[in-house]
Ligand binder design. Structure first.
Ligand code: G3P
Ligand code: CA
Length: 268
């Protein structure tokens, strides 16, 4: 009886180890599924409704855009004005956090999202940090003195600096990324690239990127097999933005990119 129980236990353990290994292997072969501004195809971007929808659709990471208010608070919004995505008007940097959070950030998308707010980065971290990966874009950091330092401080205060929290910082602004890397080298960095043209990311660029970034993240229109190969040959990874169609997702998967940013996470 005791032998039978031991045997059953051993069979269970071996099966469990095999299943775990297989699922890890599968994961290694499929790119990270990253929800663009949450699930921006289905919900008002960069709101809790959008982030929750993306989580429901099984994303590995949430992509967010971070800017700074007049009173120095970090907020999650894509544009440098509130005009497009709220019922208000004005620049983010000219409004206080209180003024920004009095705006309706949902109705512009659909009346059923009325009352959605622009989240502060603190609120976003309270809800999602440590539970799901975060791809945090520093949006136009040149507009906001100290935004790099404030973001670093927020991460340090929350003890979110180790790899197990799955946080990646990205930006088009290379100077800000270098500064970030100097201050917090344990957090992986991605450089966003959007110009088109065959040789727009030169090998010299890639060698320079390799000194401070882990990811080179081109716009989808720039992507071809050769570019992905060159990025990989320089020891770098790549996350592509922004896939909106199934055939784009399939092409990117075949190219073995490390991550796909999409407005429609159920396409991945
Ligand atoms: O994450 C990359 C992508 O989001 C950059 O473009 O304009 O959507 O922030 P944008
Ligand atoms: Ca973005």
């Amino acid at each position: 009886m005791r032998n039978a129980a031991t045997l059953l236990f051993l069979i269970f353990m071996v099966s469990y180890r095999l299943m775990t290994r297989l699922s890890l292997k599968d994961k290694q072969h499929s790119p990270l599924k990253i929800g663009h501004r949450g699930a921006a195809g289905y919900c008002p971007e960069n709101t809790f409704a959008s982030f929750k929808k993306a989580v429901d659709l099984g994303v590995d990471y949430l992509e967010i855009d971070v800017q700074m208010t007049k009173d120095g608070e970090l907020v999650v919004i894509h544009d440098s004005t509130v005009n497009r995505t709220t019922n208000g008007k004005g620049k983010v940097r000219d409004l206080t956090l209180k003024e920004i959070q009095n705006l309706d950030a949902g109705s512009w998308f659909h009346s059923k999202f009325a009352g959605e707010k622009i989240p502060s980065l603190a609120e976003f971290f309270d809800e999602f940090a440590g539970k799901i990966g975060i791809l945090l874009e520093l949006k136009k950091p040149s507009l906001y003195p100290q935004i790099v330092e404030k973001t670093v401080e927020e991460l340090l205060n929350r003890n979110l600096t180790s790899g197990e929290n799955h946080i990646i910082i990205q930006s088009f602004d290379r100077g800000s990324l270098k500064r970030f890397h100097e201050l917090l080298p344990s957090i992986p960095i991605g450089v966003l690239v959007k110009n088109s043209g065959v040789n727009i990311i030169s090998n010299k660029d890639l060698r320079s990127f390799a000194s401070y970034v882990s990811y080179v993240n081109p716009k989808i229109t720039m992507v071809n097999k050769r570019l992905i190969k060159r990025i990989h040959q320089h020891g770098l990874k790549t996350i592509i933005w922004t896939a909106k169609k199934k055939n784009e997702v399939n092409t990117l998967k075949n190219l073995h990119v490390e991550g796909i940013i999409t407005d429609f996470p159920d396409l991945c």
